[in-house]
Design a protein around this ligand. Structure first.
Ligand SMILES: [Zn+2]
Length: 316
């Protein structure tokens, strides 16, 4: 058994590059140490009795036993890695790729990048990580928000990967979107699959996505009229002007479509909302990839990690 103690002073900085990440999380114990630091930034605290003395068990991986009450706590408890047979390094790598790859990453790419033996394993990893992106951020958009709607083609089971334009049998899906604008820059976004472009659908989307008193900018589509509690600025547009009046939501839609084609060879109808959530998750965290990484692995919700270094020294 080993005694656990904590010494402050190291840089708890999150790796910025792939190379740095690879070096820092090269081993199981390096990953476990990170989990320990995120869970107990000021040293081990027993979730059972609140005391701080514990031993690292030799018989169970990365599990601590409280010296006072005997309760055993794993560093992976409460994360998506818990009870998984996969090494922590694989989870860490997969989450890093998912969080930082600006175009996202498919199960097939994950399999080859991580040299995983089976596609099933890669698919499971991707699915679990993607599930962590669903309903990622429920704080409504506020301030100035652009909203619009678009049509996305999806590929059905029997369609070829490359679908000729206008091909019959290719499905279309309606998507509503909103982007929060901060000065001249976009901040967060929302995307939702909707059943129609009518008032009920678009009102429901907007009222769920934005805070009261938001300054909403839309085109002149009548379904956006009479939104209760929202300051609305409808702009009458010629057919070519939408990308000028609503630049950010249009850029978001075109990035979404390009992403869907590039990463998944065309989005599928099944789970489209999950793909939208993935796209939005990455968009909303494009400047805070550390937070994205932690969220994906289900690691704590504390704001910033305190840079402590954990030293595990062997007991006599
Ligand atoms: Zn205890």
């Amino acid at each position: 058994m080993s005694r656990v103690s904590v010494v402050s002073g190291s840089e708890g900085r999150f790796p910025k590059s792939l190379l740095e990440f690879q070096r820092r999380f090269a081993t199981e114990s390096a990953c476990a140490e990170y989990l320990f630091e995120r869970r107990w930034p000021e040293g081990f605290v027993c979730p059972g009795c609140g005391e701080g003395r514990a031993w690292l068990l030799k018989t169970k991986a990365f599990t601590y036993e409280c010296a006072d009450c005997g309760r055993q706590t794993s560093v992976t408890a409460g994360t998506i890695m818990h009870a998984s047979k996969l090494p922590l390094t694989i989870w860490f790598w997969a989450a890093f790729l998912m969080a930082t790859h600006s175009n996202g990453i498919s199960a097939l790419q994950l399999q080859s990048q991580l040299s995983l033996g089976s596609y099933q394993t890669a698919w499971m990893l991707a699915a679990k990580l993607r599930r962590a992106m669903v309903n990622p951020e429920r704080e409504p958009l506020s301030g100035v928000v652009e909203a619009d709607e678009t049509i996305i083609r999806f590929r059905t089971k029997n369609d070829p990967v490359v679908v000729p334009a206008g091909r019959s049998g290719v499905g279309k899906m309606l998507v509503a979107g909103a982007v929060e604008i901060d000065g001249s820059k976009p901040r967060r976004a929302r995307l939702k699959v909707i059943e129609g472009f009518g008032k009920p659908e678009l009102h429901a989307f907007v009222l769920d996505a934005v805070a009261p008193q938001t300054q909403l900018i839309t085109d002149d589509w009548p379904s956006y009229r009479d939104l209760p509690g929202v300051r609305h600025n409808a702009i009458t547009l010629g057919p070519m002007a939408a990308h000028i009046a609503l630049p950010w939501i249009h850029r978001l839609f075109s990035n979404l479509k390009r992403w869907g084609l590039g990463v998944y060879h065309g989005l599928r109808k099944t789970n489209l909302q999950h793909y939208l959530d993935e796209f939005v998750f990455r968009f909303n965290r494009r400047r805070t990839r550390h937070a994205a990484f932690d969220t994906l692995l289900g690691i704590g919700t504390r704001t910033t990690p305190i840079p402590y270094r954990v030293l595990i020294r062997k007991a006599a």
